[in-house]
Every structure is written in structure tokens, then in C-alpha cells.
Write a protein that binds this ligand. Structure first.
Ligand code: SAH
Length: 382
């Protein structure tokens, strides 16, 4: 028996092709895509502009699965950590971050991660597998259902062109959860294409940010296929420190990474975000701030810096710098010509909002009921 076609796991072009292989005219593919993403139907039977014969065929040859949260924890500031249960029993996390008018969702792209950054908790899990596109987009649908259920029914209007307007509950998406998005290139591209298709979920590209550890050879090919915002986790002022905390730097060093960013054809006022996790005594000194500013001089007008005070978790030999050290680092960058420097505010205290923390604590409580919960200060973004 051939596997049923998952109607949620393809961008519009791919869906047309997959249905064409089954002898369905290509405009039908567009219709099905709109039913799935614009109308959010849960069965083929609801696709009333298709003939009865076609509906019956699709009902037996395709599927329209749906994922549910297996756990959710909400902090006092409204930040909500979601665990999403996958069909194979594994779990990934998403973090919903309400902030004024904004409703940002941080999504995962892999179960675990292979990149091995020494300060990151997800890294301790290793990589289990990539998420398929629909396992990424389901995180968005789940979060919107949760907002609706909470009575947080504020919407913003998105969509244009043939797809027409649509009201969305989430305003921004960041790919900063578990996993390395560009290590799951196909899954991330297809998910972004569904999310930004005017006939799909209709998020404007500029409301989506994909964060990479710095897989330099994949950045330009990625942005050619979906023109979302890019963030790069720099995290160090020089190759020595960066190689020590991010093994990927041995493959793509800072020169390679900065060269790629320099060449990116950024339109309008768009900038690449460089994330910089501040680790006390490791990468937060005055000398390192000056060194970082110097390194960025060739790309200064194309980038902004996002300083992220380290979010402590058990087992990693790092500490969060004081607020004064963070502020000093920020000021030095500004004084030395880096025009845009932001500091990420800690969010979601006490709900384990650091990368990978919720998924890990659920695993350990399932396997050994240890329930070890290193809380600490948490941050937004993932
Ligand atoms: N793999 C991608 C996206 C996931 S990590 C990437 O590396 O960018 C998202 C961001 O969280 C990255 O900037 C990463 O450096 C940062 N991060 C990971 N662990 C952290 C921690 N414990 N405290 C603060 N930031 C952390």
C-alpha cells in the first residue's frame, strides 16, 4: 500500500505536483491548498468546490493530520512554553511570547540538535531527527488555537493578492527553538513557503526570522528560496573563542561567515541580526567588545546586534554577566560604530524558557522521574 499523501506537508507548488502525479489537475492543487491553510478544514469532505468523486478519492489517498500540545506552562508575564507531541511520540518545544501588541512564537526545526554549542541545552540531547514542514507549521496553528482559547482574540490583518486578507493571531515568528534551521534546509524552506504564501498562512516575510548557527554555505541558497529575515548566532569576537564554544566555527570561521553576510543582496532597510550570547568571563570583556566592533566594521550598515544575557542551566560551565557588564558591552559597541544594538530582556521566568529545557525536563521525568528543574532567569526568543 502506498503511503497516504499528507496534504499539510507541502508548499503550494509541491502540492500541485504531488496531486498531478495522481492525475489531479493543477488548479485543484491550488484549491486544496487554500482549503487546508486559508479555511483550516479538517477533512477533505469539507472541500465543497471539489467534485464528490474527487473528494472520495482524496479522502482515501490523503490525510490531514493535526498535532496537539502535550504540555503547556505559562509564566507570570504571559510567556508560555509549549511541548508539542509528534506522531512518533517525540516532543519539541515552542515558546509563545506576548509583548504589548506583539504575539511572537519561537518554533523548533529539529528534535534535538547536532551543532554542539557548549552553552546550549538542546545540544546536550544530540540530534534525533529533522522536523517535516508540517511539524513546523503545526506549532504556529497550535499557538493560535491557544490564544483563541485564552480569549486573546486580538488579530492583525495579513495577506494580499489572490489569497485576499486574513486575520492572524500571531504577529511574528522566530526560528530559534530546538535545532538548527539550515541543517534542516528543506523542512525549513518548505515551512517558510507555506507560512508566507499569500494563499497559505500569509505571514509577510519580514515578520519571520530564521536564526542560524552560521552554516555559511547554506545562507544564500536559503534566502534565494524564501526571503525571510536572517539572524546569525555570532556569540564571539574572534575565532579562538568562537571555536571553543561553537564547534561549527572550525568548518565556517568568522571571515567566511562575515564574507557571506557582506555579499547578501539585502533589500531596503533590512539588516541581518547578529545574536551574541553574553557569557560572563568568556566573551563579555571590554577588550572583546572593541574587538567585535572592529570585526564588524566591514558589515556595520548591514547588521544589528542582539545581545542575549546567558540563560543558565545545569551542566554548562557558564554564568550570566551582571546587568552592568551587559550595559558596558552595549555601550562600547555603540561608541565604536555599531549603530543598532539591542539587549534581549529576560522573559518567562520560572517556566524553563531556555532552549530545550522543557523538552529535556519532560524526558527526564518520564524516564527516571528525577524532575530536576533548573529554573533560573529565562529569556525570550526560545
Ligand atoms: N540553531 C540556531 C537557532 C536555535 S538557538 C542558532 O544557533 O541560531 C537560538 C539562539 O539562542 C541562538 O542565538 C543561541 O546562541 C541562543 N542560545 C542557546 N542557548 C542559550 C542559553 N542558554 N542562553 C542564552 N542564549 C542561548
Amino acid at each position: 500500500m502506498t503511503e497516504r499523501l499528507n496534504l499539510k506537508d507541502h508548499d503550494r507548488e509541491q502540492l500541485r505536483a504531488a496531486l498531478a502525479e495522481r492525475g489531479v489537475e493543477s488548479y485543484r492543487g491550488d484549491q486544496v491548498f487554500r482549503w487546508v491553510w486559508r479555511r483550516g478544514v479538517e477533512s477533505v469532505a469539507e472541500m465543497t468546490n471539489l467534485s464528490k468523486a474527487l473528494r472520495e478519492r482524496l479522502a482515501s489517498e490523503t490525510r490531514l493530520p493535526r498535532l496537539e500540545p502535550s504540555d503547556q506552562r505559562r509564566a507570570a508575564d504571559g510567556t508560555t512554553k509549549l511541548l508539542v507531541g509528534l506522531e512518533d511520540g517525540r516532543e519539541v518545544e515552542s515558546v509563545l511570547i506576548p509583548d504589548g501588541e506583539r504575539r511572537t512564537l519561537c518554533v523548533s526545526t529539529q528534535v534535538g540538535c547536532a551543532m554542539g554549542c557548549t552553552f546550549c541545552r538542546t545540544a546536550t540531547m544530540g540530534l534525533t531527527r529533522n522536523l517535516s514542514p508540517w511539524e513546523i507549521t503545526e506549532q504556529v496553528l497550535i499557538a493560535e488555537r491557544i490564544l483563541t482559547a485564552r480569549g486573546d482574540t486580538r488579530t492583525i490583518t495579513m495577506g494580499r493578492g489572490k489569497g485576499g486578507q486574513v486575520q492572524r493571531r500571531l504577529t511574528n515568528l522566530v526560528f530559534m527553538g530546538m535545532g538548527e534551521p539550515l541543517h534542516n534546509l528543506e523542512g525549513t524552506v518548505t515551512a517558510c513557503r507555506i507560512l508566507t504564501d499569500p494563499e497559505g498562512l500569509a505571514f509577510p516575510e519580514r515578520r519571520i526570522t530564521v536564526s542560524t548557527v552560521g552554516l555559511a554555505d547554506r545562507i544564500a541558497p536559503f534566502l534565494e528560496r524564501t526571503n525571510v529575515n536572517l539572524a546569525v548566532s555570532l556569540n564571539a569576537p574572534d575565532d579562538e573563542v568562537r571555536s571553543r564554544i561553537m564547534p561549527v566555527n572550525k568548518k565556517f570561521d568568522m571571515d567566511a561567515l562575515l564574507a557571506v553576510v557582506r555579499e547578501l543582496p539585502l533589500s531596503g532597510r533590512r539588516r541581518v541580526t547578529f545574536e551574541y550570547v553574553l557569557l560572563a568571563g568568556e566573551n563579555d570583556s571590554e577588550r572583546q567588545a572593541r574587538e567585535l566592533a572592529r570585526r564588524l566594521s566591514g558589515v556595520a550598515e548591514k547588521v544589528k546586534i542582539n545581545l542575549i544575557p546567558y540563560n543558565p542551566h545545569e551542566g554548562a560551565p557558564f554564568a550570566r554577566p551582571s546587568d552592568e557588564a551587559v550595559e558596558r558591552f552595549r555601550r562600547l559597541l555603540l561608541e565604536r560604530g555599531v549603530e543598532k544594538v539591542m539587549v534581549r530582556r529576560p522573559r518567562g521566568d520560572r517556566i524553563l524558557a531556555a532552549c530545550g529545557q522543557l523538552a529535556l525536563s519532560s524526558q527526564s521525568s518520564a524516564s527516571q522521574s528525577s524532575g530536576s528543574q533548573s529554573s533560573g532567569k529565562d529569556r525570550s526568543g526560545s
